[in-house]
Design a binder for this molecule. Structure first.
Ligand SMILES: C[S@@+](CC[C@H](N)C(=O)[O-])C[C@H]1O[C@@H](n2cnc3c(N)ncnc32)[C@H](O)[C@@H]1O
Length: 214
């Protein structure tokens, strides 16, 4: 097992994080015990961050002490791996779906560094009173106005670093994804410096990860 970023491990081409809730799985992932420690496999087909890492992400923005605003937490797949990595940090996990939030609550039972928030990410003023001092925004929501929502949250919480997982098809089904990515990058460049942009194929079709800094 080789540690490729703090808290992120690779073994035989597969990614893992160290399980902070030993014995428990979140989405049926494989558990591997090595050297007396339990690792959870991190599936790039189910988590765009894992896909970005395997596709060559150079700087891992999620660190041991990260304070993360996570928009589009769903049932906690990627959130749970961030929770394994940011053991000295916190994850504010925003999700609009009541059903997904039910699953996320279960994940939070054993993972005390996740704060679940049932809210609409396009209205940060509603959850701002619950969010304290974040230094990284991660967004993975399939909404037409993905970019606007991302910028709004970066600004509202005065965050300098963020990562947007762009889903081209949600922005415009009629336009070629490459054209949409170009358009999104142009829009983002008005506000931030683009540090990295990564196509997530073959793990996630028509998706791009964009890492930005103010
Ligand atoms: C692709 S899934 C996220 C997967 C998750 N990030 C992961 O990797 O485990 C997108 C999620 O965004 C949520 N979503 C969509 N619009 C939203 C909004 N305006 N505010 C908050 N969540 C939203 C959906 O309910 C869905 O659960």
């Amino acid at each position: 097992m080789e540690e490729i970023f703090p808290g992120v491990y690779e073994n035989k081409g597969k990614l893992y994080t160290l399980n902070i809730a030993p014995g428990s799985r979140v989405y049926g992932e494989h558990l591997l015990i090595e050297g007396g420690k339990e690792y959870r496999s991190w599936n790039p087909y189910k988590s765009k961050m894992a896909a970005a890492i395997l596709k060559g992400l150079k700087e891992m923005p999620v660190k041991r002490n990260s304070r993360i605003l996570y928009l589009g937490a769903a049932n906690g797949t990627t959130v749970s791996h961030f929770s394994d990595i940011s053991t000295e940090g916190i994850i504010y996990a925003v999700e609009i779906s009541v059903r997904a939030m039910g699953d996320l609550f279960e994940v939070c039972r054993t993972r005390k560094n996740i704060i679940p928030i049932l809210a609409d990410a396009s209205k940060p003023e509603k959850y701002a009173p619950m969010v304290n001092d974040v230094n990284f925004v991660y967004q993975d929501i399939s909404q037409k106005d993905q970019v606007g929502i991302f910028i709004k949250n970066m600004d509202r919480f005065s965050v300098n670093k963020g990562m947007l997982m762009v889903k081209a098809r949600s922005i415009d089904i009629s336009m070629h994804p490459r054209k949409i990515f170009e358009k999104v990058k142009k829009e983002i460049k008005n506000e931030f410096e683009i540090k990295e942009s990564i196509y997530l194929q073959p793990y996630s079709k028509d998706h791009m990860a964009i890492l930005v800094e103010r």
